[in-house]
Design a protein around this ligand. Structure first.
Ligand code: MG
Length: 161
């Protein structure tokens, strides 16, 4: 793989549907709606997984874990992230840091921020200081503003071992 340092970015969106919690960063967060998905709809972990794959030009999670495969129906996205990070390790790289932004009006995420960062750090086996997490509203504009869904983006820097 060319480059001692590589960068990746990922983005994911899931629509709301009837439910009483959303899964973000592997945590069940109470909400007045759920997220529609073949998996658990964890936009945070999907964006992060795509960023890690993108850093090594390894495609995207849709290719690695197709939503046509029943093996991934309702799957805990922490399992997918762990598999992706194993691939990163097999290529001889480790995470420098990740920076994640979640866009939604609701649920409010500030009180869950540290727990979400720690959850990701635990999956990857890294320090919580390597995982940045921010939440923003979109000022009631667009699909996130209309509370039709949640969007997450992630950027990662990885280093050759
Ligand atoms: Mg997704």
């Amino acid at each position: 793989m060319v480059g001692k340092v590589r960068i990746g970015q990922g983005i994911d969106v899931h629509a709301f549907e009837a439910g009483d919690f959303v899964t973000l960063a592997g945590l069940k967060i109470p909400h007045t709606q759920g997220l529609k998905a073949h998996s658990d709809g964890d936009v945070v972990l999907h964006a992060l997984s795509d960023a890690l794959l993108g850093a090594l030009a390894l495609g995207d999670i849709g290719q690695h874990f197709p939503d046509t495969d029943d093996a991934f129906k309702g799957v805990d996205s922490r399992i997918l992230l762990k598999k992706v990070y194993q691939l990163v390790g097999e290529q001889g790289y480790h995470l420098g840091n990740a920076d994640i932004t979640v866009a939604c009006e609701r649920p409010k995420l500030a009180k869950h921020n540290l727990a979400m960062r720690q959850s990701i750090a635990d999956v990857l086996g890294v320090d919580v200081s390597q995982i940045g997490m921010k939440a923003t509203t979109t000022e009631q504009l667009g699909f996130t503003g209309r509370q039709e869904g949640i969007l997450a983006t992630a950027t990662v820097l990885i280093f050759a071992n």
